[in-house]
Write a protein that binds this ligand. Structure first.
Ligand SMILES: Cc1cc2nc3c(=O)[nH]c(=O)nc-3n(C[C@H](O)[C@H](O)[C@H](O)COP(=O)(O)O)c2cc1C
Length: 346
């Protein structure tokens, strides 16, 4: 179904543009949908704990469609041997990367001594990364904050990265704000601590041999592209989820891939066989439809599209017709804009 990559686009670092791991949001249905819009954006699973990966229902938790690649598995944990086992499982299932979560501030995560709390334990993270890297050939990467609580940001971040780079990690994704483990909810922790992009730029300047990816508050592709003057890659979370068609420009702008992206209606058409397959397997339509709500954002009819899905997708016998009917309520894309590059005619 997907045409081969043009040869000139193969050399970009694979972390140049990615969509952030987001619990409850970037599930396999969302990733399949996003992949229809961008062939090149790197995608991540939601965070899975080592316990879930080792003892949970793997077919349910870890299954993905090959079309979702390149796809990284994000793991939460802090026991080196368990993390190494999870890395092995990720590799055996064909994931392109295993990413260790050192940035999540939720209480559940803190109780387990992992997530953002690990920023205060660089030696433990280094041992974990060393064990994981020894177990697999796929890249082992880190997603962190710049610091936690009242730790001084630059010494914390630079010390953390240096220690873990020594253990074999080459790629660091940094959500460019602190996490406050006491007093802020996970949601507040994504907005309240101020962003400090300059600190992540400094990290790249001082560690030119590492791949540094910046994350946090990037609202659109102009903001993201501007970051590439300072770092190797950008990761977008909420902006990509809320306005998924923003990804239509990613392959051309970030990977010099000249392939014309599908229009929004073509995305829906290409999603239909997937929806049919999933419905046959018993997946309720609402599990897929909830990720589509932002597809027509900014287009006439976007509200009707959203409303039709919201009012009908939860019905037990709802099938592809609900998605088709919703799409018929939204205006077609401007084909000239898609064919000629969004910026040149915008
Ligand atoms: C609903 C939601 C769930 C998230 N779950 C995870 C997660 O499982 N693992 C993780 O590393 N970050 C998680 N995050 C944080 C994002 O990966 C990202 O770091 C954060 O949203 C900042 O990027 P943004 O401003 O582009 O959204 C989550 C964010 C949201 C909004």
């Amino acid at each position: 179904m997907l045409s081969p990559m043009p040869p000139e686009t193969r050399d970009f670092n694979p972390w140049r543009f990615s969509v952030a791991p987001m619990m409850d949001w970037t599930d396999r249905h969302d990733r399949f949908f996003l992949r229809l819009i961008s062939r090149r954006a790197r995608l991540y699973t939601e965070m899975l704990t080592t316990g879930a990966i080792r003892f949970g229902d793997r077919r349910r938790l870890l299954a993905y469609d090959p079309a979702e690649q390149p796809l990284g598995l994000q793991v939460g944990g802090s026991q080196p041997a368990e993390l190494a086992e999870c890395a092995r499982i990720a590799e055996s299932l064909g994931y392109s990367e295993v990413n260790l979560n050192c940035g999540c501030p939720s209480e559940r995560v803190q109780a387990g001594r992992f997530g953002a709390r690990l920023m205060a334990e660089p030696d433990l993270v280094a041992r974990s990364v060393a064990a994981m890297a020894a177990a697999v050939a796929i890249p082992v990467t880190i997603k962190s904050r710049i610091a936690i609580d009242d730790l001084e940001p630059w010494p914390t971040l630079s010390g953390f990265v240096a220690r873990i780079a020594d253990a074999g990690c080459r790629t660091f994704i940094v959500h460019a704000r602190k996490a406050w483990l006491d007093g802020l909810s996970p949601k507040e922790n994504r907005d309240v601590p101020p962003l400090d992009y300059a600190m992540v730029h400094r990290l790249k300047a001082e560690c030119p041999g590492l791949t540094i990816v910046i994350n946090g508050g990037l609202a659109n592709l102009d903001a993201a592209e501007g970051q590439l003057r300072h770092v190797d890659g950008v990761m977008l979370g909420r902006a990509a989820y809320g306005n998924p068609y923003l990804l239509a420009e990613v392959d051309r702008r970030f990977f010099a891939d000249p392939t014309t992206p599908p229009s929004r209606h073509q995305v829906i058409e290409r999603l239909i066989p997937y929806v049919e397959r999933e419905r046959r397997l018993g997946t309720p339509l609402k599990h897929i439809a909830r990720h589509l709500l932002g597809l027509f954002q900014g287009r006439p009819g976007a509200r009707l599209f959203r409303r039709h899905l919201a009012e009908n997708a939860h019905l037990s016998d709802a099938g592809v017709e609900v998605v088709r009917q919703a799409a018929e309520l939204a205006a077609p894309d401007d084909i000239a804009m898609i064919n000629h590059g969004f910026r040149s005619v915008a």
